[in-house]
Design a protein around this ligand. Structure first.
Ligand code: ASP
Ligand code: MG
Length: 409
């Protein structure tokens, strides 16, 4: 018998009828003898609705009070699920984050979990109850309600699974797993049976938004196996996200991620001397702008060109900063482009295979796609290309690396 933490997202508990379906699923697993801890999101749309209510009062509502407000959505669903379980004769108890001591720091709206005391949950499990916990919320040292950032129920589930040493943390959502790429772009994208934490972090941060990234970081840190499953299907096995398995035959490439929200800025003719890169990026960071790729070319005539990418929403702000610094540094010119995208190949298997980069570049070239920037890490190669080539590029790479018909990983 196992201890399983299951998390159901907003669409899975979006109506009373769906909550009843969740109850049936949970009761069935309980009947098989498993210890069940359930973490729920608010009904889909509810958190947004609550935020809107506050915003009709003031543009910048008080952060502490927003957490009091936003945390109510989850309190509704945990109570309804427990009522549904009890009505089926399955003993259950619901708890808010504070009641099961999900202790966080005091950063309202984006608090981090620092500790969980699992005693209360364990004692209920020992008495044969299903324990239903509100996702997304915790409590700080002073007893204030906190929330963990949008999508934070995933992190609640993983943190509980780590604290209780659960056998598996299952995330039920509206997709049936993690795919080799976005099926809306590549119709024959394939569901992965298995992916490593590292790969999932690369896929998630690059735009494959299945799980809150922090929940994957947490799972990786505490080695909690995570499984993504569809709550609308009965027999799927979803995608297991777990530590790298040395014995397993590993596909070279696991997936292709992409990001449409990119923009790039280049400062041309910057004097090549110590401190210049810091002078350029310092004010950008001070303005709260995140920089992704950074490239500086080899200086030939004692000047160099400096390029970086930023989120498209920050493009205007960043280019103004770049222009001001260029004047200060006596650089020649600032140019930029906000019609670019980033495409990345991700796979732990590429560590041991040479030639992945050249195959990637050749594939893009054969489609007439010009590569504007390149960056690599141990398990990822990213290129920046013109926005209009996104679909073509991703499809060509998906084909070239045989992702549609890989044998099960
Ligand atoms: N209800 C919260 C949100 O919408 C938390 C969650 O669903 O994970 O962000
Ligand atoms: Mg979610």
């Amino acid at each position: 018998m196992a201890l399983i933490v299951q998390k159901f997202g907003g669409t899975s508990v979006g109506t009373v009828e769906r909550i009843n379906n969740v109850a049936a699923r949970v009761a069935a697993a309980r009947a098989q003898g498993h210890d069940m801890v359930i973490v729920l999101s608010a009904m889909s749309g509810e958190t947004n609705r609550l935020i809107e209510l506050a915003k009709t009062i003031t543009r910048e509502p008080n952060a502490r009070e927003m957490d009091v407000l936003m945390s109510t959505g989850e309190q509704v669903t945990i109570a309804l699920l427990s009522i549904a379980l009890e009505a089926r004769g399955c003993p259950a108890r619901s708890y808010t984050g504070a009641q099961v001591h999900i202790l966080t720091d005091s950063m309202f709206n984006k608090a981090r979990i620092v500790d969980i005391d699992g005693a209360r949950v364990r004692s209920d499990l020992a008495q044969g109850r299903v324990v239903v916990v509100a996702g997304f919320q915790g409590v700080d040292e002073q007893g204030n309600i906190t929330t963990l950032g949008r999508g934070g129920s995933d992190t609640t589930a993983v943190a509980l699974a780590a604290a209780l040493k659960a056998d598996e943390c299952q995330i039920y959502t509206d997709v049936d797993g993690v795919y080799t790429t976005d099926p809306r772009v590549v119709p024959d994208a394939r569901r992965l049976d298995r992916i490593t934490f590292e790969e999932m972090l690369e896929m998630a941060s690059l735009g494959a938004k299945v799980l809150q990234i922090r929940s994957v970081e947490f799972a990786s840190k505490y080695n909690v196996p995570l499984r993504v499953l569809s709550s609308f299907e009965d027999h799927g096995t979803g995608t297991l996200i777990a530590a790298e398995d040395e014995d397993m035959e590993q596909a070279v490439i696991s997936g292709i991620a992409f990001n449409r929200d990119e923009a790039k800025l280049t400062m041309l003719g910057v004097t090549d001397q110590p401190g210049v890169a810091g002078k350029i990026l310092g004010p950008v960071a001070d303005a709260g702008i995140e920089v992704d790729m950074i490239i500086q070319n080899v200086a030939e005539d004692s000047t160099t060109d400096f390029t970086c990418t930023v989120h498209r929403n920050d493009y205007l702000k960043a280019s103004n900063i770049f222009r001001a610094i260029a004047t200060e540094l006596g650089a020649r010119e600032v140019i930029g482009d906000d019609k670019i995208v980033k495409i990345s190949l991700v796979g732990v298997g590429m560590r041991s295979h040479a030639g992945i980069a050249s195959k990637m570049f050749q594939t893009l070239a054969s489609e007439g796609i010009n590569i504007r920037m390149i960056s690599t890490s141990e398990i990822k190669i990213s290129v920046v290309v013109d926005e209009k080539y996104l679909e073509l590029g991703v499809r060509a790479l998906h084909d070239a690396f045989g992702l549609a018909n890989l044998p099960g990983k």
